[in-house]
Design a protein around this ligand. Structure first.
Ligand code: XBP
Ligand code: MG
Length: 258
């Protein structure tokens, strides 16, 4: 049995509740482009099934704008619109309005003190990861993560396992020595298909997703004075997720070596 060597974190919805900021940025980008598109929260909740902002925009156009004529090359148009969205999102992140979820910074600290390696596996654009980490944890926070697998670095986005396989390969670790943290059904699928034991923390956009196969499903990682709620799995009486509980969950469920 491999002991725990690394923790791999999803970003949006896991490290922070960022999707309302993404939604605002999409709508700001549409307005800046003179488009009368405006995504509501319920519409966006459905659109989140399509991972990747460029893919999401394309899906929205294909599904709801049959008469839309691209001004020039479709890919270039979508890429330009998405670049404006990313600029808008970074500005929102820079306003300090995207705090990390409870327990996230504490778990990072515990991992660093214990020598457990940290990595990120996300569908979002790398610049968004940089903005979030720097504005929540400070300028040197990026160095805490040995590998940041993000956005278009892989061709197939979640729920495909590619981004997790990329991170494992760059870490030089077998999945059995790692544990993943996710917030959505698609993210869980990606992690499980990379043979990763996975802990899920839900949010307003994913609380009703199916999480079959997750080692533990929580409402949040929690803090000593802010207990989590266990939605599925066995937390052994703990009231918040610390490294000791991560190790117990990992040790219980990771495939033995050989
Ligand atoms: C969530 C996503 C991303 C974000 C928007 O990523 O699917 O597409 O919604 O970011 P994850 P972009 O949960 O894997 O962190 O517009 O940069 O894609
Ligand atoms: Mg997510």
């Amino acid at each position: 049995m491999n002991s725990l060597a690394a923790m791999i974190f999803d970003v949006d919805g896991t490290l922070a509740d960022t999707e309302r900021a993404h939604l605002l940025a999409f709508n700001q980008a549409f307005a800046s482009a003179g488009l009368d598109w405006h995504w509501s929260v319920p519409v966006y909740k459905d659109l989140l099934a399509v991972t990747g902002g460029k893919e999401r925009i394309r899906y929205y156009i294909d599904q709801t704008q049959p008469g839309f004529t691209y001004p020039g090359d479709a890919y270039a148009f979508i890429a330009g619109l998405h670049a404006e969205k990313t600029r808008a999102y970074k500005a929102i992140a820079g306003q300090g309005k995207l705090p990390l979820r409870p327990g996230v910074a504490r778990l990072f600290r515990e991992a660093r003190e214990a020598g457990v390696r940290l990595a990120i596996a996300t569908t979002t654009t790398p610049a968004n990861v940089t903005a979030l980490l720097q504005h929540t944890l400070g300028a040197d926070a990026l160095e805490w993560f040995e590998v940041i697998g993000a956005g278009d670095i892989v061709e197939r986005k979640k729920p495909a396992p590619d981004i997790y396989l990329y991170v494992l390969e760059r870490l030089g670790l077998d999945a059995s020595a790692c544990i993943a943290f996710e917030d959505s059904a698609g993210g869980l699928r990606a992690a499980l298909d990379a043979d990763l034991t996975t802990i899920v923390t839900v949010n307003e956009f994913t609380h009703d997703h199916p999480f079959e196969g997750a080692a533990l499903v929580l409402n949040q990682l929690g803090e000593p004075d802010q207990p989590f709620t266990v939605l599925s799995g066995d937390a052994g009486g703990s009231t918040f997720l610390d490294l000791a509980l991560v190790r117990r969950v990992h040790g219980r469920l990771s495939a033995p070596v050989g």
